[in-house]
Design a protein around this ligand. Structure first.
Ligand SMILES: C=CC1=C(C)c2cc3[nH]c(cc4nc(cc5[nH]c(cc1n2)c(C)c5CCC(=O)O)C(CCC(=O)O)=C4C)c(C)c3C=C
Ligand SMILES: [Fe+2]
Ligand SMILES: [Fe+2]
Length: 347
Protein backbone atom coordinates (compact mmCIF):
# COMPACT_ATOMS: atom_id res chain seq x y z
CA UNK A 1 0.00 0.00 0.00
CA UNK A 2 1.35 3.47 -0.82
CA UNK A 3 0.73 7.10 0.16
CA UNK A 4 -0.42 6.43 3.71
CA UNK A 5 -0.39 9.54 5.94
CA UNK A 6 1.81 7.66 8.45
CA UNK A 7 4.86 5.49 7.85
CA UNK A 8 5.22 3.70 11.21
CA UNK A 9 3.44 2.71 14.40
CA UNK A 10 5.09 3.25 17.78
CA UNK A 11 3.88 1.09 20.67
CA UNK A 12 4.66 3.27 23.69
CA UNK A 13 4.57 1.51 27.04
CA UNK A 14 5.66 1.59 30.66
CA UNK A 15 8.50 -0.96 30.64
CA UNK A 16 9.56 -3.33 33.38
CA UNK A 17 12.65 -5.09 34.73
CA UNK A 18 13.94 -8.24 33.02
CA UNK A 19 16.19 -9.42 35.90
CA UNK A 20 16.73 -8.77 39.63
CA UNK A 21 19.49 -6.16 39.08
CA UNK A 22 17.08 -4.10 36.97
CA UNK A 23 14.44 -3.78 39.70
CA UNK A 24 15.73 -0.83 41.76
CA UNK A 25 16.95 1.27 38.79
CA UNK A 26 13.59 0.62 37.09
CA UNK A 27 11.63 1.72 40.16
CA UNK A 28 13.87 4.80 40.55
CA UNK A 29 12.94 5.73 36.97
CA UNK A 30 9.22 5.20 37.70
CA UNK A 31 9.29 7.31 40.85
CA UNK A 32 11.70 10.09 39.86
CA UNK A 33 10.21 13.41 40.96
CA UNK A 34 7.21 11.73 42.62
CA UNK A 35 6.15 12.01 46.22
CA UNK A 36 6.36 8.30 47.05
CA UNK A 37 8.09 7.13 50.25
CA UNK A 38 11.30 5.06 49.77
CA UNK A 39 9.73 2.29 51.96
CA UNK A 40 6.90 1.92 49.43
CA UNK A 41 9.45 1.60 46.62
CA UNK A 42 11.30 -1.14 48.52
CA UNK A 43 7.99 -2.89 49.25
CA UNK A 44 7.13 -2.89 45.52
CA UNK A 45 10.67 -4.13 44.74
CA UNK A 46 9.84 -7.22 46.84
CA UNK A 47 6.83 -7.92 44.58
CA UNK A 48 9.19 -8.04 41.60
CA UNK A 49 11.81 -10.19 43.44
CA UNK A 50 8.98 -12.57 44.37
CA UNK A 51 8.65 -13.24 40.61
CA UNK A 52 12.43 -13.57 40.00
CA UNK A 53 12.98 -9.86 39.29
CA UNK A 54 11.26 -10.08 35.90
CA UNK A 55 8.07 -8.23 35.05
CA UNK A 56 5.75 -9.96 32.58
CA UNK A 57 5.01 -6.64 30.86
CA UNK A 58 7.82 -6.79 28.27
CA UNK A 59 6.91 -10.27 27.04
CA UNK A 60 3.27 -9.16 26.91
CA UNK A 61 4.21 -6.20 24.73
CA UNK A 62 6.26 -8.50 22.48
CA UNK A 63 3.21 -10.78 22.14
CA UNK A 64 0.95 -7.80 21.38
CA UNK A 65 3.35 -6.58 18.66
CA UNK A 66 3.45 -10.07 17.13
CA UNK A 67 -0.35 -10.31 17.11
CA UNK A 68 -0.75 -6.79 15.72
CA UNK A 69 1.87 -7.40 13.01
CA UNK A 70 -0.16 -10.40 11.82
CA UNK A 71 -3.42 -8.41 12.03
CA UNK A 72 -2.03 -5.53 9.95
CA UNK A 73 -0.55 -7.95 7.41
CA UNK A 74 -3.87 -9.75 7.08
CA UNK A 75 -5.55 -6.41 6.33
CA UNK A 76 -2.77 -5.36 3.94
CA UNK A 77 -1.73 -2.40 6.05
CA UNK A 78 1.96 -1.79 5.50
CA UNK A 79 3.11 -0.12 8.72
CA UNK A 80 6.26 -1.21 10.57
CA UNK A 81 5.83 -1.41 14.35
CA UNK A 82 8.41 0.02 16.77
CA UNK A 83 8.38 -0.36 20.55
CA UNK A 84 9.69 2.06 23.18
CA UNK A 85 9.17 2.44 26.93
CA UNK A 86 9.07 5.23 29.48
CA UNK A 87 10.90 3.47 32.29
CA UNK A 88 12.94 0.54 30.98
CA UNK A 89 14.60 -0.88 27.89
CA UNK A 90 13.88 -0.57 25.04
CA UNK A 91 13.79 3.10 26.09
CA UNK A 92 11.86 5.59 23.97
CA UNK A 93 15.00 7.62 23.09
CA UNK A 94 16.76 4.54 21.67
CA UNK A 95 13.69 3.54 19.65
CA UNK A 96 13.29 7.06 18.34
CA UNK A 97 16.87 7.00 17.07
CA UNK A 98 16.15 3.71 15.28
CA UNK A 99 13.03 5.23 13.72
CA UNK A 100 15.03 8.22 12.54
CA UNK A 101 17.74 5.97 11.07
CA UNK A 102 15.04 4.04 9.19
CA UNK A 103 13.69 7.28 7.71
CA UNK A 104 10.38 7.45 9.64
CA UNK A 105 8.74 10.89 9.18
CA UNK A 106 5.20 10.51 10.62
CA UNK A 107 4.41 7.94 13.29
CA UNK A 108 1.16 6.95 14.93
CA UNK A 109 1.50 6.15 18.62
CA UNK A 110 -0.45 3.48 20.48
CA UNK A 111 -0.03 3.99 24.23
CA UNK A 112 -0.68 0.97 26.48
CA UNK A 113 -2.89 3.01 28.82
CA UNK A 114 -6.62 2.87 28.38
CA UNK A 115 -7.85 5.72 30.57
CA UNK A 116 -7.04 9.41 30.53
CA UNK A 117 -4.81 10.68 33.33
CA UNK A 118 -1.53 12.54 33.63
CA UNK A 119 0.41 9.25 33.91
CA UNK A 120 -1.52 7.50 31.13
CA UNK A 121 -1.92 10.36 28.64
CA UNK A 122 -0.10 13.67 29.11
CA UNK A 123 3.09 12.18 30.56
CA UNK A 124 3.48 9.94 27.48
CA UNK A 125 3.10 12.98 25.24
CA UNK A 126 5.70 14.80 27.34
CA UNK A 127 8.01 11.75 27.09
CA UNK A 128 7.82 12.01 23.29
CA UNK A 129 8.51 15.75 23.29
CA UNK A 130 11.45 15.36 25.69
CA UNK A 131 12.99 12.56 23.63
CA UNK A 132 12.55 14.58 20.44
CA UNK A 133 14.20 17.64 22.02
CA UNK A 134 17.06 15.56 23.42
CA UNK A 135 17.76 13.96 20.03
CA UNK A 136 16.97 17.02 17.88
CA UNK A 137 14.22 15.04 16.13
CA UNK A 138 11.38 17.58 16.39
CA UNK A 139 10.77 17.25 12.65
CA UNK A 140 9.33 13.74 13.06
CA UNK A 141 5.57 13.78 13.75
CA UNK A 142 4.24 11.54 16.54
CA UNK A 143 0.42 11.42 16.76
CA UNK A 144 -1.20 9.57 19.66
CA UNK A 145 -4.15 7.30 18.86
CA UNK A 146 -7.34 8.22 20.69
CA UNK A 147 -8.48 6.74 23.99
CA UNK A 148 -10.65 3.65 23.50
CA UNK A 149 -12.39 3.09 26.86
CA UNK A 150 -15.80 3.11 25.16
CA UNK A 151 -14.84 1.38 21.92
CA UNK A 152 -17.31 -1.51 21.41
CA UNK A 153 -14.45 -3.94 20.70
CA UNK A 154 -12.78 -3.12 24.03
CA UNK A 155 -16.09 -3.60 25.85
CA UNK A 156 -16.70 -6.88 24.00
CA UNK A 157 -13.17 -8.08 24.83
CA UNK A 158 -13.57 -7.38 28.52
CA UNK A 159 -17.09 -8.86 28.61
CA UNK A 160 -15.61 -12.05 27.17
CA UNK A 161 -12.86 -12.02 29.81
CA UNK A 162 -15.44 -11.59 32.59
CA UNK A 163 -17.58 -14.46 31.26
CA UNK A 164 -14.50 -16.72 31.30
CA UNK A 165 -13.78 -15.75 34.92
CA UNK A 166 -17.40 -16.39 35.94
CA UNK A 167 -17.12 -19.86 34.39
CA UNK A 168 -14.34 -20.66 36.90
CA UNK A 169 -16.69 -20.12 39.85
CA UNK A 170 -19.12 -22.66 41.29
CA UNK A 171 -22.80 -22.34 40.39
CA UNK A 172 -23.58 -22.22 44.12
CA UNK A 173 -23.39 -18.62 45.32
CA UNK A 174 -23.99 -17.08 41.89
CA UNK A 175 -27.03 -15.09 43.18
CA UNK A 176 -24.73 -13.12 45.49
CA UNK A 177 -21.86 -12.67 43.07
CA UNK A 178 -20.14 -9.26 43.21
CA UNK A 179 -18.06 -7.97 40.33
CA UNK A 180 -15.30 -5.54 41.30
CA UNK A 181 -13.76 -3.58 38.43
CA UNK A 182 -10.29 -2.42 39.45
CA UNK A 183 -7.90 0.26 38.20
CA UNK A 184 -4.63 1.86 39.32
CA UNK A 185 -5.31 4.38 42.08
CA UNK A 186 -4.00 7.89 41.44
CA UNK A 187 -3.77 10.97 43.70
CA UNK A 188 -7.10 12.82 44.00
CA UNK A 189 -5.23 15.93 42.84
CA UNK A 190 -4.40 14.12 39.58
CA UNK A 191 -7.90 12.69 39.19
CA UNK A 192 -9.51 16.12 39.51
CA UNK A 193 -7.89 17.30 36.25
CA UNK A 194 -8.87 14.44 33.96
CA UNK A 195 -11.68 12.09 32.96
CA UNK A 196 -10.07 9.02 34.57
CA UNK A 197 -12.92 8.17 37.00
CA UNK A 198 -15.67 9.13 34.54
CA UNK A 199 -14.20 6.88 31.83
CA UNK A 200 -13.62 4.00 34.26
CA UNK A 201 -17.23 4.22 35.49
CA UNK A 202 -18.46 4.21 31.88
CA UNK A 203 -16.32 1.24 30.77
CA UNK A 204 -17.37 -0.74 33.84
CA UNK A 205 -21.03 0.11 33.29
CA UNK A 206 -20.85 -0.90 29.62
CA UNK A 207 -19.08 -4.20 30.38
CA UNK A 208 -21.59 -4.98 33.14
CA UNK A 209 -24.45 -4.17 30.77
CA UNK A 210 -22.93 -6.39 28.05
CA UNK A 211 -22.96 -9.40 30.35
CA UNK A 212 -26.21 -8.50 32.09
CA UNK A 213 -24.99 -7.97 35.64
CA UNK A 214 -26.06 -5.26 38.06
CA UNK A 215 -24.09 -6.09 41.20
CA UNK A 216 -20.80 -4.36 40.44
CA UNK A 217 -18.61 -1.53 41.67
CA UNK A 218 -15.41 0.25 40.75
CA UNK A 219 -12.46 -0.03 43.14
CA UNK A 220 -8.79 0.93 43.04
CA UNK A 221 -5.45 -0.78 43.65
CA UNK A 222 -1.67 -0.27 43.71
CA UNK A 223 -1.73 3.00 45.67
CA UNK A 224 1.78 4.40 46.20
CA UNK A 225 1.44 7.82 47.87
CA UNK A 226 2.23 8.80 51.46
CA UNK A 227 -0.62 8.04 53.92
CA UNK A 228 -1.55 11.71 54.34
CA UNK A 229 -2.13 12.23 50.62
CA UNK A 230 -5.62 11.33 49.34
CA UNK A 231 -5.68 8.81 46.45
CA UNK A 232 -8.72 7.30 44.74
CA UNK A 233 -10.61 4.81 46.91
CA UNK A 234 -11.94 2.30 47.89
CA UNK A 235 -8.91 0.03 47.79
CA UNK A 236 -9.71 -3.41 46.39
CA UNK A 237 -8.73 -5.22 49.63
CA UNK A 238 -10.83 -2.85 51.76
CA UNK A 239 -13.75 -3.50 49.40
CA UNK A 240 -13.34 -7.28 49.79
CA UNK A 241 -13.20 -6.92 53.61
CA UNK A 242 -16.33 -4.77 53.50
CA UNK A 243 -18.17 -7.37 51.40
CA UNK A 244 -17.17 -10.05 53.93
CA UNK A 245 -18.15 -7.92 56.97
CA UNK A 246 -21.56 -7.13 55.51
CA UNK A 247 -22.02 -10.73 54.30
CA UNK A 248 -23.10 -9.33 50.94
CA UNK A 249 -21.01 -11.52 48.61
CA UNK A 250 -20.89 -15.29 48.21
CA UNK A 251 -18.38 -14.97 45.39
CA UNK A 252 -16.26 -12.23 43.84
CA UNK A 253 -15.04 -11.56 40.32
CA UNK A 254 -12.10 -9.13 39.99
CA UNK A 255 -11.88 -7.35 36.64
CA UNK A 256 -8.66 -5.35 36.05
CA UNK A 257 -10.42 -3.06 33.58
CA UNK A 258 -7.78 -0.35 34.11
CA UNK A 259 -4.88 -2.35 32.66
CA UNK A 260 -4.01 -3.58 29.18
CA UNK A 261 -2.01 -6.64 30.23
CA UNK A 262 -1.48 -9.00 33.17
CA UNK A 263 1.63 -7.22 34.48
CA UNK A 264 3.05 -7.09 38.00
CA UNK A 265 0.35 -4.81 39.46
CA UNK A 266 -2.21 -7.40 38.35
CA UNK A 267 -0.44 -10.65 39.22
CA UNK A 268 0.83 -9.43 42.60
CA UNK A 269 -1.80 -7.01 43.88
CA UNK A 270 -4.76 -9.09 42.66
CA UNK A 271 -3.65 -12.72 42.20
CA UNK A 272 -1.55 -12.71 45.36
CA UNK A 273 -2.78 -10.09 47.88
CA UNK A 274 -6.48 -9.82 47.01
CA UNK A 275 -6.88 -13.55 46.22
CA UNK A 276 -5.20 -14.54 49.54
CA UNK A 277 -7.43 -12.17 51.47
CA UNK A 278 -10.55 -13.50 49.84
CA UNK A 279 -9.46 -17.07 50.59
CA UNK A 280 -8.89 -16.18 54.27
CA UNK A 281 -12.37 -14.67 54.37
CA UNK A 282 -13.84 -17.77 52.76
CA UNK A 283 -15.19 -16.08 49.61
CA UNK A 284 -14.46 -17.83 46.29
CA UNK A 285 -12.80 -15.39 43.89
CA UNK A 286 -11.95 -15.44 40.18
CA UNK A 287 -9.89 -12.85 38.35
CA UNK A 288 -10.70 -11.89 34.77
CA UNK A 289 -7.78 -11.63 32.36
CA UNK A 290 -6.86 -8.24 30.92
CA UNK A 291 -7.38 -7.51 27.22
CA UNK A 292 -3.81 -8.66 26.36
CA UNK A 293 -3.80 -10.25 22.89
CA UNK A 294 -7.51 -11.08 22.70
CA UNK A 295 -8.28 -11.15 18.94
CA UNK A 296 -11.13 -8.64 19.33
CA UNK A 297 -8.78 -6.25 21.13
CA UNK A 298 -6.07 -6.63 18.49
CA UNK A 299 -8.72 -6.00 15.81
CA UNK A 300 -9.76 -2.85 17.71
CA UNK A 301 -6.21 -1.48 17.58
CA UNK A 302 -6.17 -2.16 13.82
CA UNK A 303 -9.49 -0.31 13.47
CA UNK A 304 -8.12 2.68 15.41
CA UNK A 305 -5.11 2.71 13.06
CA UNK A 306 -7.43 2.53 10.02
CA UNK A 307 -9.28 5.62 11.32
CA UNK A 308 -6.08 7.63 11.39
CA UNK A 309 -4.88 6.30 8.04
CA UNK A 310 -8.14 7.54 6.49
CA UNK A 311 -9.15 4.00 5.50
CA UNK A 312 -12.51 4.38 7.21
CA UNK A 313 -14.71 7.27 8.28
CA UNK A 314 -16.27 5.27 11.08
CA UNK A 315 -15.19 6.18 14.64
CA UNK A 316 -16.72 3.50 16.81
CA UNK A 317 -17.87 4.35 20.34
CA UNK A 318 -20.81 3.27 22.49
CA UNK A 319 -22.48 4.54 25.66
CA UNK A 320 -23.03 8.05 26.96
CA UNK A 321 -20.00 9.80 25.50
CA UNK A 322 -18.83 9.85 21.88
CA UNK A 323 -15.44 8.89 20.49
CA UNK A 324 -12.55 10.59 22.30
CA UNK A 325 -10.53 13.36 20.67
CA UNK A 326 -7.75 12.46 18.22
CA UNK A 327 -5.72 15.46 19.31
CA UNK A 328 -5.54 16.23 23.03
CA UNK A 329 -6.69 19.76 23.88
CA UNK A 330 -4.13 22.02 25.58
CA UNK A 331 -5.43 21.31 29.09
CA UNK A 332 -5.83 17.55 28.64
CA UNK A 333 -4.74 15.59 31.75
CA UNK A 334 -2.74 18.40 33.32
CA UNK A 335 -1.14 17.65 36.68
CA UNK A 336 0.64 20.38 38.56
CA UNK A 337 1.10 19.17 42.12
CA UNK A 338 1.51 21.68 44.90
CA UNK A 339 5.20 22.20 45.53
CA UNK A 340 6.87 22.62 48.92
CA UNK A 341 8.23 26.18 49.16
CA UNK A 342 11.89 25.20 49.50
CA UNK A 343 12.42 21.99 47.55
CA UNK A 344 12.15 20.59 44.03
CA UNK A 345 8.80 19.34 42.69
CA UNK A 346 7.24 16.27 44.29
CA UNK A 347 4.64 13.69 43.18
C1 LIG B 1 1.05 9.31 40.73
C2 LIG B 1 0.60 8.24 40.16
C3 LIG B 1 1.28 6.95 40.09
C4 LIG B 1 2.34 6.42 40.83
C5 LIG B 1 3.10 7.06 41.95
C6 LIG B 1 2.62 5.13 40.30
C7 LIG B 1 3.62 4.27 40.76
C8 LIG B 1 3.91 3.02 40.21
N1 LIG B 1 3.32 2.42 39.12
C9 LIG B 1 3.92 1.24 38.87
C10 LIG B 1 3.63 0.33 37.84
C11 LIG B 1 2.71 0.56 36.82
N2 LIG B 1 1.91 1.63 36.69
C12 LIG B 1 1.18 1.50 35.55
C13 LIG B 1 0.24 2.37 35.04
C14 LIG B 1 -0.17 3.55 35.65
N3 LIG B 1 0.38 4.14 36.77
C15 LIG B 1 -0.34 5.26 37.10
C16 LIG B 1 -0.10 6.12 38.16
C17 LIG B 1 0.92 5.97 39.11
N4 LIG B 1 1.74 4.90 39.28
C18 LIG B 1 -1.38 5.38 36.11
C19 LIG B 1 -2.42 6.48 36.07
C20 LIG B 1 -1.26 4.35 35.23
C21 LIG B 1 -2.15 4.16 34.00
C22 LIG B 1 -2.96 2.97 34.09
C23 LIG B 1 -2.37 1.98 33.12
O1 LIG B 1 -1.84 2.38 32.13
O2 LIG B 1 -2.39 0.80 33.34
C24 LIG B 1 1.52 0.25 34.92
C25 LIG B 1 0.91 -0.31 33.65
C26 LIG B 1 1.42 0.33 32.43
C27 LIG B 1 1.04 -0.38 31.17
O3 LIG B 1 1.58 0.01 30.13
O4 LIG B 1 0.22 -1.30 31.16
C28 LIG B 1 2.48 -0.33 35.70
C29 LIG B 1 3.18 -1.63 35.44
C30 LIG B 1 4.94 1.04 39.85
C31 LIG B 1 5.85 -0.16 39.92
C32 LIG B 1 4.93 2.16 40.68
C33 LIG B 1 5.79 2.45 41.83
C34 LIG B 1 5.80 1.89 42.97
FE1 LIG C 1 1.68 3.15 38.13
FE1 LIG D 1 -5.50 13.35 28.03
Amino acid sequence: MTDLPYDALLLLSFGGPEKPDDVIPFLENVLRGRNVPRERMLEVAEHYYHFGGKSPINDQNRALIEALTAELKQHEIDLPIYWGNRNWHPLLTDTMQQMHAAGVRRALVFVTSIFSSYSGCRQYREDIQKAQAELGLESITFDKIRTFYNHPAFIETMADRVRDAIDELPAEGAEKRKVLFTAHSIPNAMASNCDYEKQLEESSRLIAEAIGIDQWSLVYQSRSGPPNQPWLEPDVCDAIRQLADSKSADQIVLVPVGFVSDHMEVIYDLDDEAANLSQQLGIPLARAKTAGTHPTFVAMIRQLIEERLGLTTEKRAIGKFGPSHDVCPANCCRFEPRRPATSRPTE
